[in-house]
Design a protein around this ligand. Structure first.
Ligand code: CMP
Length: 137
């Protein structure tokens, strides 16, 4: 069993897609271990996406991620990191496979509806950024 971290981004929350996206997640052998709706502060968004600091899309990304509520979640299952990345689809929805969350719902490469950790190591860091141990049951 492995855990990964997911964000349902403001574009998807605004369009009431949390249930639709979680239906895809739950029907893909992933258990939603924890889930909460929050507003990211500018500092939280900048820190979370620090690895992209200096890239041309960084400021716009921070603005987008703080433009509305997000749903942060911890998912658990076999090969959860790779499994969730597969069902999310490519970062750019134009390149995402049919049936993936981003192909179905993303509006653009920025407003791409969901985030998922890219490794087990980063999943642990990202989960602990938003959830305390007692929230993970
Ligand atoms: P995410 O998987 O959350 O990781 C970084 C985010 O930056 C990405 O999804 C997109 O929302 C956003 N982004 C905007 N432009 C780009 C780009 N050209 N390449 C990669 N990510 C981008």
């Amino acid at each position: 069993m492995q855990r990964t971290f997911s964000i349902i981004k403001p574009d998807a929350v605004r369009r009431n897609l949390i249930g639709h996206i979680n239906q895809i997640i739950e029907s893909s052998n992933l258990n939603i271990l924890a889930s909460k709706k929050i507003y990211l502060t500018k500092i939280q968004a900048e820190t979370f996406y620090e690895v992209h600091k200096g890239r041309p899309f960084f400021e716009s990304l921070v603005k987008f991620m703080t433009s509305g509520a997000v749903q942060v979640q911890v998912l658990e299952g076999e090969d959860a990191v790779a499994n969730y990345r597969k069902i999310m689809g490519a970062t750019n929805p134009a390149e995402a496979e049919e049936g993936t969350i981003r192909k179905l719902y993303a509006e653009s490469i920025e407003a791409n509806s969901v985030h998922g950790s890219d490794s087990e190591e980063n999943a642990k860091i990202e989960i602990s950024f938003f959830f305390s141990g007692s929230e993970l049951v």
